[in-house]
Design a protein around this ligand. Structure first.
Ligand code: MCN
Length: 826
């Protein structure tokens, strides 16, 4: 069944890596002709609707379900009391300290609700509409309790979010470069700067945001049959299976979790949700498949939120603007519960406040705080946008103080390209980078000098519309993550990724990845990698993912990890296939294995024109008629790759904003992003990721904010009030790249999934402040609405922001559960 083919002609097929391939999955995703969770219908399936608390904090005195139970086609009405332990608990997989205060998180509490939107009862009915109608008939009597809403006040324990916890302070986590041996003493550096240098002190607000994915969350559970199957619009099918097994006692082997096509997540679907837990328990109780799909309003109200921090920053520098120390004190709002990785999100930023700079001393402390608002957790960038915002805003403040161009201050302090690899004051080793190259290219694309000249002209003329230039020379740590580093940070899981590559009899290639895409285009980019490695046509590679029965091992998609970790696992598995195929090819070619080499999909005998393609070997393996003695007929292979380091993409983003000083209206004039994400697999996908990321970061700067009123009601509970931008609200971005390949993975890639979001927020706010700095403005609270910009210009408040409580309370390392770390040590 095999034929000897001629060795390939000298011209190899065009390389796939670096090629602008349109995404193969888009055909089905864009037309909707695919399996979204809500499209799934099973025989006998029933539907569920939730009854949610309108109060932020209340005791549940009584729940009257009889009217709902007798509504048409209602199958059952359940409350937390109907289940008890059967419901399981929502897990926190990243306790920051051993002493962390972690309130018990029942998916459906029976006695007390802790945020507006929490589920108190569910109705199961024949159709979703009938379930929703009947849910209206559930009568809940609440006894309202005082709610802890303001972050600073909550940190003072004036009102308790969970009275039985005795405090709202969940965990205090500290990193000090003097203690970890990665740098000097920050207090001494700042004291010295107070005497003979410059000290800049600022307090910034990271407003609460809501990850607004395109597809609301949806879950179907089928309890019939041998296995329990859950379909969920999730980013983390593997972690979900583990969490279900760990909290319900059902063996993992009996649980199948499927993430079918998932319409976006942005971190918001990196969660084991009450909705999933309840659907699971209810399906088992009624012994029928149950579906629950949230409405958009429910999504905004109760899917986890992101950011929500106060940042108190102190930077010391010499008179010429060389930074000598940076001290960061955070208050981070966890909301009502410590979510799956919620407590750890600020700590992901802890290693990034020094960004691309050579700060000699650094101290970070973060107090996480419980409040009666929706719980917070990862949102695109998770900790790194907050850190980048703080440091990039502070570098602008320093430049203003010294009286030089903000780019000059950055250049003075950044790591020079010849200094890589560089171990930072936070203990991370950046493998590669070239800030000079990215900045030079961005400046040229931007027309930096011309825009500065125009800015001066407008300023001199007193133009009512002023021009500002904002800079963000960001870096971030992604490719989460080396398992040993995660272990040192008390994170509950590892950071490896798994892949298998199977050669099918027809010569097609079936690839299974443990990454779980939800909009990132893995099927295309991963096909390109495998096609190049095995020398097979791109079209012949099929990528399977997101089903724990198909992809039995994996750690899913978040932290811009899928390419650097999952892609490397693919490469290693493909290389193993080639190694396994080589002796078979040698046998078929009647050659010594040492004389056989592999190139562009063909095994050939050195010095001859005889060869066997990898497809020939696959077919020979399938038939196994003519196989070497003692070798099993199988050339498939798998690999589990644990990264040796994070990946550190960086870039220079430049933004020009026009500010109408009479109305406060801001208009984006130009945005340039020059990113370095190492080797690029698919430039088209990378551009898409950067575009989407930019808009999300710009939205934080200008529009988006989750706002609660004084009683704890989410007033930005629909897209009328939560200002999610559309394409029409943005301009056309100018993006390009420089390339300094990563030295820690064989492809040289760095992550891109969060880069745009991390970089863009400070670029925009820096531009707005730059436009009106000469009018006495040094800060504007985000989102920089026209009203806030106008107020900052026209009142004594330099921020234009709301007065949100007093100065930030200070928490000393000794006061409560302190943990310091030796640094991430990657
Ligand atoms: N890529 C590439 N070359 C590089 C880097 C990446 O071609 N040098 C490609 C990758 O092959 C992949 C994509 O770009 O197809 C993103 O890769 P990576 O940076 O590894 O990020 P992940 O795939 O792990 O995706 C996670 C990241 C995160 S953390 C969030 S949040 C986010 C994001 O991706 N959420 C998204 N992008 C999103 N895009 C969409 N459409 N929807 C979301 O919810």
């Amino acid at each position: 069944m095999t034929a000897t083919t001629e060795a390939p002609a000298a011209t190899a097929p065009a390389p796939e890596i670096g090629r602008d391939r349109r995404r193969k999955e888009d055909q089905r995703l864009i037309t909707g002709r695919t399996r979204w969770t809500d499209n799934i219908t099973l025989p006998g399936m029933v539907h569920m609707a939730m009854v949610r608390s309108p109060f932020a904090h209340a005791e549940i005195a009584r729940i009257e379900t009889s009217a709902a139970a007798s509504a048409p086609n209602v199958i059952g009405v359940f409350t937390g009391a109907d289940f008890g332990d059967e419901l399981g608990v929502c897990i926190n997989a990243w306790p920051l300290t051993p002493e962390q205060v972690t309130p018990n998180h029942s998916p459906m509490p029976a006695d007390r609700v802790s945020f507006a939107g929490e589920i108190v009862a569910v109705v199961v009915a024949r159709t979703a509409a009938e379930a929703r109608d009947a849910a209206e008939l559930v009568d809940v009597e609440y006894v309202e309790l005082p709610a802890a809403l303001d972050l600073k006040e909550a940190a003072e324990d004036t009102v308790l979010a969970h009275p039985d916890a005795g405090t709202n302070k969940s965990a205090l986590w500290v990193f000090d470069s003097a203690e970890s041996g990665t740098g000097g003493n920050v207090e001494e550096a700042i004291e010295k700067a107070r005497t003979d240098g410059i000290v800049i002190e600022r307090e910034y607000r990271q407003q609460r945001l809501i990850p607004a994915f395109m597809e609301p969350r949806s879950v179907v559970v089928d309890p019939t049959g041998e296995q329990l199957t859950m379909w969920s619009a999730t980013q983390i099918p593997h972690i979900l299976r583990f969490a279900l097994a760990a909290t319900t006692g059902v063996p993992e082997s009996k649980i199948r979790v499927i993430a079918p096509d998932v319409g976006g997540g942005f971190g918001g679907k990196l969660q084991a949700t009450p909705e999933e837990w309840i659907t699971w328990a209810v399906a088992r109780r009624v012994n029928k498949p149950v579906k629950y799909t949230e409405t958009r309003s429910e999504s905004l109200l109760s899917a986890h939120h992101g950011r929500d921090q106060w940042q108190k920053l102190t930077l010391g520098a010499t008179q010429d603007g060389t930074v000598t120390g940076f001290k960061v004190d955070l208050l981070a709002d966890l909301g009502a519960y410590v979510a799956i990785v919620g407590g750890g999100v600020p700590v992901l930023g802890a290693f990034m406040f020094n960004a691309i700079y050579k700060f000699p001393a650094y101290r970070f402390s973060c107090q996480t705080v419980l409040t009666n608002k929706a719980w917070t957790d990862a949102y695109r960038g998770a900790g790194r946008p907050e850190a980048t915002y703080a440091v990039e805003r502070m570098m602008d403040e320093l430049a203003a103080e010294v009286g030089v161009d903000p780019l000059e201050i950055r250049e003075k302090n950044w790591i020079k390209h010849e200094e890589f690899p560089f171990t930072t004051v936070a203990g991370l080793t950046y493998d590669s980078g070239n800030y000079e190259a990215a900045t030079a290219k961005a400046k040229e694309m931007f027309g930096y000098d011309a825009l500065r000249a125009e800015q001066k002209k407008r300023r001199d003329a007193g133009d009512p519309v002023q021009l500002g230039i904002g800079i963000s020379t960001f870096t971030e740590m992604c490719g989460l993550a080396p398992s040993r580093v995660l272990g040192s940070l008390d994170y509950g899981a590892g950071g490896w990724e798994h892949a298998s590559v199977r050669m099918l009899a027809t010569g097609k290639v079936e690839v299974v990845t443990g990454a779980s895409p939800h909009g990132q285009g893995h099927e295309t980019a991963f096909s390109q990698i495998v096609a190049d490695r095995l020398g097979v046509p791109f079209e012949d590679v099929e990528i399977l993912h997101g089903d724990t029965q198909v992809s039995h091992k994996g750690l899913d998609t978040y932290g811009s990890r899928s390419l650097t970790v999952g892609g490397e696992a693919l490469v290693r598995a493909a290389d193993k296939v080639i190694e396994r195929a080589k002796p078979i090819a040698a046998h078929l070619l009647e050659a010594n294995v040492d004389d056989v080499e592999f190139s562009a999909g063909t095994f050939s005998v050195k010095g001859t024109d005889q060869g066997k393609t990898i497809q020939d070997v696959a077919l020979a393996t399938f038939a196994a008629h003519d196989y070497p003695e003692g070798i099993e007929p199988n050339i498939d292979a798998e690999s589990t790759y644990d990264p040796v380091n994070f990946s550190f993409p960086h870039g220079t983003h430049l933004c020009a904003m026009e500010v109408d000083t009479e109305t406060g209206r801001t208009t984006m004039r130009k945005y340039v992003a020059c990113d370095d994400v190492g080797t690029i697999i698919n430039p088209l996908i990378v551009s898409g990721q950067v575009h989407g990321g930019l808009v999300q970061g710009i939205a934080q700067a200008l529009w988006e904010e989750a706002v609660y009123d004084d009683s704890g009601t989410l007033v930005s509970g629909s897209f009328v009030d939560y200002l999610l931008p559309t394409a029409a609200d943005t301009i056309s971005f100018d993006i390009d790249h420089t390339t300094s390949p990563s030295t820690t993975n064989s492809l040289g890639t760095k992550g891109v999934g969060e880069a745009g979001t991390i970089a863009s927020t400070p670029a925009v706010v820096n531009a707005i402040v730059d436009a009106v700095r000469h009018l006495g403005v040094s800060d504007i609270t985000m989102p920089c609405t026209p009203e806030r910009v106008w107020k900052a210009i026209n009142t004594s408040s330099s921020t234009g922001g709301p007065t949100e409580g007093a100065a930030m309370p200070h928490f000393d390392a000794d006061e409560s559960g302190t943990s310091s770390t030796e640094g991430a040590g990657a």
